[in-house]
Write a protein that binds this ligand. Structure first.
Ligand SMILES: [Zn+2]
Length: 462
């Protein structure tokens, strides 16, 4: 820890130099044995037939269930209460005889959903951002971390990234003083996902040039804002970016468009979560998401399209039939028509997180994607955020650009107010707050819609 702090205190050019020295350490050591084994396995198995992939999944499921029964008290009870043994689960249909695991169930049973006799001291604790304000916490070991990294790099090979490429990152917690951080292991320059002045953007563009990286990875909201600023102020991106790698947030179409326009390259996105139960990666020839079968078993709720996953990556805190509360749309279970992979299921996208829907006074939840429409063509507004504390009112936080025209801002605030009333109903009170900052979660993640009213899955519109 002290060593890491010392390294971080070095000036940036020194870190770049150390990074070049670090490169000579064999990559097998840098990323670890498990990483490379998994990575090579994925590069090959992505072209396997559906039958072969399913056979592989069932063998991994068998191993996971035996482990869960032998070593994890929570799952042992589930089997015993039902008079089941892991050997009774022979196919995907049999798996349904085990109950779902919800986020609340995980929180309530946390102490027994952990491998017995494991000394967790020293293992990294993982936190989810927790849209309900009650984040999940669990443990992971090195094996899980290396496996996960291999999956992430494997999917990025679809847009040309290799594990040897340097990277620029705009994700993780906000960096208060905006000073870039540098990670030697992955040759990553980390910039703050919250940028609040033109001066910092100019500074970051220079740092990006010095990093020698060709890939930008981070929160769609952070990168889109960065791109928008670059465009509005006519700034030049001083390096050739080969691909933008979005992560951790639902991607809005306008974010994808502005980023592709400004950086002149493909945006590649994936769907995943801290619990690591499902990883769905975009195809290189379309924007469809393919669930990677080697990562776990993905089920889709027949009524609600909620994504449910069983992870092959975590034996310390097994997640079996875990309800993500995320909803897929544009589902397909057939072979990808573009690339020919047999990865499944395939979907077009994931709806905004369930808790983040705005509810109309009539009780109808409206997804964030719909609410973005009045905000699409604004000149004086830098960013917005919607907060709903009661059923009949919402607050819109508006962060204006530094040199905005006050009249334009007034006009646009009115466009937003009227636009929202048009979508949510005239009886919805829309309060506008002009501010300098938006709310960020504990992990520095931006959430566009924060609703205290809506919890759980939306009722069908009557
Ligand atoms: Zn495909």
């Amino acid at each position: 820890m002290r060593f890491r702090k010392l390294i971080k205190s070095f000036p940036f050019p020194v870190l770049i130099f150390l990074g070049s020295l670090y490169k000579v350490i064999p990559s097998r050591i840098r990323f670890g044995k498990i990483f490379w084994e998994t990575y090579h396995f994925l590069q090959q198995s992505q072209w396997w037939s559906r039958e072969r992939l399913e056979e592989y999944q069932l063998s991994r499921l068998d191993k996971l269930l035996r482990h869960a029964y032998d070593c994890v008290p929570y799952y042992r009870s589930l089997f015993d209460e039902r008079g089941l043994k892991p050997s009774h689960i022979q196919n995907f249909e049999d798996l349904k005889s085990l109950p779902y695991l919800t986020k609340d169930m995980f929180r309530q049973n946390y102490s027994i959903i952990i491998e017995e006799n494991t000394r967790t001291k020293g293992f990294p604790r993982v936190h989810t951002s927790g849209t309900t304000g009650k984040p999940l916490q669990f443990y992971e070991n090195t094996w899980t971390a290396q496996m996960e990294r291999a999956f992430i790099y494997h999917q990025w090979t679809r847009v040309g990234v290799t594990p040897h490429d340097p990277m620029i990152q705009m994700r993780g917690p906000v960096i208060q003083d905006n000073i870039p951080e540098y990670y030697l292991k992955t040759k990553t320059l980390r910039l703050s996902p919250r940028v609040d002045s033109l001066e910092i953007i100019r500074f970051y563009l220079e740092e990006m040039k010095r990093s020698g990286a060709s890939y930008l990875h981070g929160y769609p909201s952070a990168i889109a804002l960065f791109a928008l600023t670059i465009k509005q102020h006519g700034l030049i991106v001083p390096i050739k970016i080969k691909a933008i790698l979005f992560a951790s947030e639902t991607v809005y179409e306008w974010e994808r468009r502005i980023v592709e326009e400004v950086f002149g390259c493909r945006v590649f996105s994936f769907y995943g979560m801290a619990e690591k139960v499902v990883l769905a990666s975009e195809c290189e020839t379309s924007h469809d998401y393919h669930c990677l079968p080697q990562y776990g078993i993905t089920e889709i709720d027949e009524k609600t399209n909620e994504i449910i996953g069983t992870s092959f990556l975590n034996y310390l805190n097994p997640f079996i039939r875990y309800r993500t509360t995320d909803v897929a749309y544009g589902l397909s279970d057939s072979l990808c028509q573009h690339c020919g992979r047999h990865e499944y299921p395939i979907f077009s996208g994931v709806e905004g997180r369930l808790e983040d829907f705005i509810v109309t006074t009539g009780g109808v939840p409206v997804s964030p994607a719909i609410i973005t429409h009045p905000m699409k063509d604004l000149k004086a507004v830098k960013s917005t955020q919607l907060l709903q504390k009661s059923l009949d009112s919402i607050k819109v936080k508006i962060v204006p650009w530094d040199q905005h025209d006050p009249k334009t801002l007034d006009k646009e605030a009115d466009i937003i107010r009227q636009g929202l009333k048009g979508i949510l109903g005239v009886d919805m009170k829309v309060e506008i707050e002009i501010t300098q900052s938006v709310q960020l979660s504990a992990t520095g993640k931006f959430k566009w819609v924060v609703s205290d009213v809506h919890k759980g899955f939306p009722e069908a519109i009557k």
